[in-house]
Design a protein around this ligand. Structure first.
Ligand code: G3H
Ligand code: 13P
Ligand code: ZN
Length: 311
């Protein structure tokens, strides 16, 4: 049991037709809920940290909490930087013990994206750390970057071979119609993903691990829980689970989930306070929140990722 890179996990996931869950972490209860679920189901696991999470909780706290989770569960866990915006943050995470970093140059020109990604790969590989790059732009909000639906762009399969060859990147995030946050598809429309692009990318990059961002399903049960307890979320629509399952049987080896965790946690805490308006001990409302994160992650591992028993 250790903090490991994703190389072996992705190789097995590709061959086995399943995907590894990459869950965003921000505090102890979220880390415990996720890792206990993966531990119970013996599932391989990626914990990912955004720059916002690093600012909120501090790098050292998150590292020590994940170290504790490795010891507690006996699992090998990948510690990954989510959406690294530039070389400096990637370097800081490599130097600080992460086993994997994402350099997100998706907003740059193709040439600039290659240049910054290659610079990160050269640095990271030298220290035994793996790198995820991105081609194509997802709509939605991540940290300070807010990409409107009009400015989003599907990945062009014609670019993927050159990108991977020129950068030496270990995995590639592509844009096929998912987006960040809770509002992924227009209410009243049928969610659709460009599986044709995913399949074409897989033909161009045989055996190469593909990453799907913006992959929360925005589980209606938790949106309803938020709204039944004073929340006012408009129609929130995520990626249907059967589509994620299909993507996992194809080249997608890493599926990123954050919004579903946020909804489960917030819905549970709202419900708790509605039922116990006089309580004020954080342990009382964080216990059911952590329980529901554990149940949510078990559901994902079993019904969406197909990664149970693969650790
Ligand atoms: O892709 C974005 C992730 O959900 C992280 O969100 O940047 O608000 O921590 P954050
Ligand atoms: P969601 O907002 O769909 O959970 O996506 C999370 C993500 O892609 C993190 O990088
Ligand atoms: Zn993302």
């Amino acid at each position: 049991m250790a903090m490991v890179t994703s190389s072996e996990m992705f190789r097995k996931a590709y061959e086995g037709g399943y995907a590894i869950g990459a869950f965003n972490v921000n505090n102890m209860e979220i880390i415990q809920g996720i890792t206990e679920a993966a531990g119970e189901l013996n599932a391989p696991l990626i914990l990912q940290v955004s720059s916002g999470a690093r600012k909120y909780a501090k790098h050292v706290y998150l590292m020590k909490l994940i170290e504790a989770a490795v010891a507690d569960t006996g699992l090998d866990i990948v510690v990954h930087l989510d959406h690294g915006a530039d070389f400096d943050i990637c370097k800081s995470c490599v130097d600080g013990g992460f086993t994997s970093v994402m350099i997100d140059g998706s907003h740059l020109s193709f040439e600039e994206n290659i240049a910054v990604t290659k610079r990160v790969v050269d640095y990271a590989h030298d220290k035994g750390v793996v790198v995820e790059g991105e081609l194509g732009r997802l709509a939605g909000v991540e940290d300070e970057v807010n990409v409107s639906a009009e400015n989003s762009a599907y990945t062009d399969p014609n670019q993927v071979e050159e990108f991977v060859k020129s950068t030496g990147v270990d995995s590639l995030a592509i844009a096929i119609g998912t987006s960040h946050g809770a509002y992924k598809f227009k209410p009243g429309t049928k969610p659709q993903l460009r599986f044709d692009i995913l399949k074409e990318v897989a033909v161009r990059l045989p055996g190469f691990p593909i990453v799907l961002h913006g992959a929360s399903s925005v589980i209606p049960k938790y949106v309803a829980m938020v709204n039944a307890n004073g929340g006012q979320m408009p129609d929130a629509i995520g990626v249907p689970e059967d589509m994620l399952r299909e993507a996992a049987t194809l080249a997608v080896c890493k599926i990123n989930i954050d919004s579903d965790l946020r909804l489960a946690m917030t819905g549970t805490i709202r419900e708790y306070f509605n039922q116990h308006p006089d309580h004020f001990d954080p342990r009382q409302y964080l216990t059911p929140a952590r329980d529901n994160i554990r149940e949510l992650v078990k559901h994902k591992i079993t019904n969406v990722l197909g990664s149970a028993g693969k650790a």
